[in-house]
Design a protein. Structure first.
Length: 211
């Protein structure tokens, strides 16, 4: 199988593990169930749990501070600052584990990422509210490369304006990779709901290109 060129971003994705294109209008979303095998996924999870400087941030909503229902961290190239919900994050330098993950997913995404937001969902009550990854520093059509490790959580997408379009659900399993690109962030929001089911902790990494 020919290797995709770094510059040929219009090509469909040629890489491993049975990619599935999610059936969504106004969007370009691909799911790769097993970019990392289960054992490697577990090892990477353990390494990240140790080596990442996890922080408990709070967001300010209507003047009140709320703890985010998850731990977060921001890593990337120097100067790639990221702001959301009133939180400004300076990047920490790439770790060897992050370098490894980045090297695996970049040929799939055909993009060179320069930063990553990490989320640690400690238990089923940790979550992520509805949002789009559409901050101005991500440019017009952001490419978001999302790696999931550890416990499996539901990931839901809903169209922003056409309420007749049903929600789309993916189960983000250990070692999986979800790629969102093209107009997706203009038209769709996504979230990770809380669950009462017992779930293992989960780490999600969303690799991004900050302009
Ligand atoms: O945990 C996930 O799968 C989603 C994370 C996410 O949407 C984000 O970091 O912007
Ligand atoms: Mn997001």
């Amino acid at each position: 199988m020919p290797k995709p060129s770094w510059h040929n971003t219009s090509q469909p994705l040629l890489f491993p593990s049975n990619p599935q294109r999610l059936q969504m209008s106004d969007a370009d979303v691909w799911f790769y169930p097993e970019v990392f095998h289960e054992v490697e996924g577990n090892d990477i999870f353990a390494a990240l749990q140790q080596e990442i400087a996890w922080r408990q941030d709070s967001a300010t909503i209507f003047g009140r501070h709320h703890l985010l229902p998850r731990l977060t961290a921001w890593y990337g190239d120097p100067g790639k600052t990221y702001s959301y919900s009133g939180i400004r994050m300076e990047p920490l330098p790439w770790t060897p584990t992050l370098h490894h993950i980045k090297a695996v997913i970049e040929p799939i995404a055909q993009v060179e990422f320069n930063s990553v937001l990490l989320n640690l969902y400690r238990h089923g009550q940790d979550s992520m509210g509805w949002h789009s990854d559409d901050e101005p520093e991500l440019g017009t059509n952001p490419v978001i490369g999302s790696v999931s490790l550890g416990g499996c959580r539901r990931f839901l997408l809903r169209h922003k304006t056409d309420k007749s379009i049903p929600k789309v659900e993916a189960r983000l399993t250990n070692g999986s990779f979800l790629l969102m690109r093209g107009p997706t962030q203009h038209f769709w929001q996504h979230h990770v709901p809380k669950t009462k089911r017992p779930v293992e902790p989960r780490i999600n990494l969303t690799f991004r290109v900050i302009l």
